[in-house]
Design a protein around this ligand. Structure first.
Ligand code: SF4
Length: 260
């Protein structure tokens, strides 16, 4: 890393630091060092100290969890935030928690992931044409970041979207929180969002245009694969596969036929 990026101060993160980063790898490294939100820093580290009984032998990641997937992905998936004993433990997004089990199984069924289960960051998982990221990179208490924390974290997401822009064609947005967090990040990176803003829903669609190149970016809404949504069958595996399949089709990413 170059001069001014090597010794960033806490107040530089992420609003000053993120726009300077030149590639997704640099962004991922910088995200993982962020301490801009005192409540979330305390929570992620407390979760790592106390641990869950089943994971008492783990050394938790206990840092911000970067996005995962190729930097030239045509399709992005946006979630909410890492889970305290999931991504905050394993160091990879949606990895090691029930939501991730559902998401990676669906991606595997569609041929977009190399393995059906994501266990830890060194398990060999690969994503094909898809990058997963979140608007809040630290685990929040009760899975509920504040609006101030969401807004503080936005420059990381905005820069990631800018870096993905050359190949990005579609985004599957998992949950209303992600939808609300994503729209201003897209606006900040030059995409035109219609007024009134498109509303979130499972299967909702929106098209954004790029003022500079007249390109189109497609958004597809889907319910978040939270334990609650899955256990109440608000979201079934087939429903999740369907929105991911639609996103991949629009993005031009080859998929397998989803199982019946
Ligand atoms: S939530 Fe985002 S801005 Fe806040 S400390 Fe974590 S990485 Fe930094």
């Amino acid at each position: 890393m170059r001069g001014s990026r090597t010794t960033p101060q806490a107040h530089d993160f992420p609003s000053v630091t993120a726009p300077r980063l030149g590639c997704v790898r640099e962004l991922d490294e910088a995200v993982a060092t962020c301490r801009a939100c005192p409540r979330l820093v305390a929570w992620r580290e407390e979760a790592a100290r106390v641990k869950r009984r089943a994971f008492r032998d783990w050394e938790y990641w206990a840092r911000p969890v970067p996005g995962f997937g190729p930097p030239d992905a045509p399709l992005a998936i946006i979630g909410l935030a890492p889970a305290a004993h999931g991504g905050n433990r394993t160091g990879r997004i949606f990895t090691g928690d029930p939501s991730g089990d559902v998401l990676y199984a669906a991606l595997y069924d569609l041929g977009l992931a190399s393995r059906p289960v994501a266990a830890h960051r060194d398990d060999g998982m690969k994503l094909y044409g898809v990058r997963i990221t979140v608007p809040v990179h630290c685990a929040p208490p009760d899975n509920r970041p504040t609006t101030a924390e969401r807004d503080t974290c936005r420059p990381w997401l905005a820069r990631e979207l800018e870096l993905l822009r050359p190949t990005l064609r579609a985004i599957v947005v998992l949950g209303g929180f992600a939808w609300q967090a994503l729209l201003p990040a897209l606006t900040a990176t030059g995409w035109r969002v219609s007024r009134p803003r498109p509303a979130f829903g499972h299967g909702a669609r929106a098209q954004l245009t790029d003022a500079r190149s007249e390109r189109v970016l497609h958004l597809i809404g889907g319910y978040h694969p939270s334990q609650r949504n899955v256990s109440t069958r608000t979201l079934t595996p087939a429903m999740l596969r369907d929105v991911l399949h639609r996103g991949a089709d629009i993005a031009g990413v080859a998929v397998c036929r989803p199982p019946a």
